[in-house]
Design a protein around this ligand. Sequence first.
Ligand SMILES: *Cc1c(COP(=O)(O)O)cnc(C)c1O
Length: 409
Amino acid sequence: MTSYANKIEPNTKWTETVSEPVYKTVVPPPNFSTNAIHEGQEAEKIHGAINVPIYYSSTFKQHEPGVLYSKHDYSRASNPTVDVLNECLASLEYGKYALTFSSGCGATTCVLATLKAGDHVISIDDVYGGTNRLMNRVMGKFGLQVEMIDLTPKNLEVTIKENTKMLWIETPTNPTLKIADIEALCAVAKKHNVVTVVDNTFASPYLQSPLLLGADIVIHSCTKYLGGHSDIIAGAVVTNDPALYTAIKFNLLSIGTCISPMDAYVLLRSTKTLKVRMEEHCNNANIIAKYLANHPKVVKVLFPGLESHPGHQIAKKQMRNFGGMISCELKGDADTAKKFMKNLKIFTLAESLGGIESLVESPALMTHLSVPPEQRLKLGISDSLIRLSVGIESIEDLLDDLENALAQI
Ligand SMILES: *Cc1c(COP(=O)(O)O)cnc(C)c1O
């Protein structure tokens, strides 16, 4: 019997177009994949199971009141499966401590809740929409002062006030993939005793290590690259500061945005392949960005790996490769974008990003619909801008798909 693979004609059309991917000179963290696969994950002690058991237990038996079997008494506070995941994630971000949450927003909530009424937070102007909503419309009600700026070290220096307590950096941003200089911004913040947080979701721990660049806290929506398969919602926080860790852990226990043991297991399993997935995302995105940049129906490509990108030099300095996210402006209007997206067969029309499957969306019509049109334009989000989350399918098929859809607009 011939296998399925033998029945498919190999796609050789692109072999000439597909250039060598860009490899960065910044080396990955030492032992990255070994840590991803092994850190905190010794064989289970009773049966020798290779994988950590999913400890589905809300509560834990005590020998006497307060005398525990190990350290766990209630799973909102701690759980053995979650503990293993936390240890593993900490090692991938050069951190001592990690905590995991029911979502990226759950993690953000517990970090912002370390502040109090009257404290001032500075964040990048095109911060993730959910973070913006949480800061302004939820924490704002409790007296948090929020200021969102074009986040350059110079602008930061003049925006910091007496009561500025936290700097919230996100890089690359969504959907214009703006790059912030983590090292320079953290240096300014440090001078003024401002705690720095970096949302590292778009880069993942494999491409960017904010704690090494001076950040106090790294935050992730693990729903994206860390989870990597579009199947779970989860968040994480990593830090080296014991006081911050204790404060955020207290908030997690109090607010209750804990991750379930099942999702912790799924995330732990996904994390093992983060490096190989990221390499493929980056390779495919580097090729697609170049292809789109040379296409006559594309006005502009936003991708930090292109020399034309305003943040390219900083991205080269702080990232190991440029990630899997690309935005591009098509020649035309919102209808052109709609038609293009409708004609794609492999790129699926959906929000979110970072999964192994390629996704496409229109920021103006979908993720950034709630941003007022004039502010959208100021941020560079035109009606014909589309955002691609480049997956790890065969590059030839992805290029075919884009070419077919572009030919029809
Ligand atoms: C998705 C996302 C979040 C929020 O994470 P959830 O897991 O959806 O709650 C935060 N920051 C960035 C950059 C994101 O893309």
